[in-house]
Design a protein around this ligand. Sequence first.
Ligand SMILES: [Zn+2]
Length: 462
Amino acid sequence: MLPTESIRRVLDTALQNGGDLAEVYLENTERLSLTLDEGRLEQATQGNDIGGGVRVFYDNSAAYAYTDDLGEEALLEAATAAAAAARGANGIRVCADLTKRKSPVIFQVKRPFERMSTQEKAGVLRQMDEVTRRHSPHIVSVQCGYSETRRRVWIYNSEGVWAEDDRSFLEFRGQVTAQKGDVRQSSATGIGGQIGLEFFDDRDPVQMMPEAADTALLMLDARPAPAGEMPVVITNGWGGVLFHEACGHCMEADFVTKGASAYAGLVGEKVGPDFLTAIDDGTIPGRRGTMRFDDEGTPTKRTVLIENGILQEYMWDLTEARRVGRGSTGNGRRQSFRHMPMPRMTNTFIDAGPHDPEEIIRSVKKGLYAKKLGGGQVEIGRGDYVFTVTEGWLIEDGKLTAPVRGATLVGNGPETLRQIDMIGTDPALDPGRGMCGKIQWARVSVGQPTVRAPKLTVGGTE
Ligand SMILES: [Zn+2]
């Protein structure tokens, strides 16, 4: 991107008033997004978003200045601004040699986005729309969208880090609303990943639409959900969003060091059943949370968060790791060059358990099967949650007997995790549409096998 000598001058300038570590982050992001809303095509091409920032660490704090001009002059100005905030810190450090790092994560986009025209991409959306409307006369509203993002980042620091990453994301999403009389029900769907146009080799966004329509249609005739405490079985794959939101955030180091996390101080303690293992893995090829390096130049890794029910580790970025004198786990992420990194999950999931998924359903006398989860409200850190069940089924005498609508799951993540008593042999990751909001947005993957909580609070409508 910039010559190494320029980067070195920027880093030296950043440390002119002292400071412990200086970092330069450069970014070039290209986006295309298309939406087809009730048959009207809208294109939002934001083009390139280019910029960079300079960060100086001193003691337990950091100062950051950014610019949308990647010339050396502009970066020197940002460095001077960040250095000014670090004034008075101890000892001037000389910048180390920069050596380009190699990531152990190896996968490549095979067919870049530009090999397909915008018209062809819009054509896929039109097919998605048509197939859905033809599916049933009760479909009253269809929205679909396509987005592609190529984000390239370059990270350098005064300890000699030189890391680069090139991340390409492709995503299709759809929303279907069905109506009968005055009952309306909606269903959302989406697929994608960190992938190029080879996405189309084995995935078809048109096919996912009738399935979403079927969910909305099914829910039209569903009976009201039961309310109260009952056994709840949560689906594999996307069902892992509950673990991500209600437990995973509690293992992000910023909440932990502030003491604001339900899991603070619990490393080595039992937080779930013996057969529960949970992992954050930023190295899985093609997933939304995968990075060769995180946004601070640390190689990503597979971090076992919980092993056999025992809490093992939190997720760390540089700021929090330096605060306690340890290393980062490669979880430092930022929405863009306009943001400071913070500890974030990557691809986070509950690993396979010992129970046959069918046996898990059969084990429930009367309860709820949450087949599809919608949005949730979560007090992250503490882990209190409310999730909507967009497709629910009544379990009676070990069988799925009737679809129910309007169910919500209410509880506390760490408490729910403790009571889980069955985990399936069917782990899966979500189909590739996870987006996590924690002040900043980050793409993530979630996942889990089928799990059973024997006593969850269901807010129903019955
Ligand atoms: Zn989240």
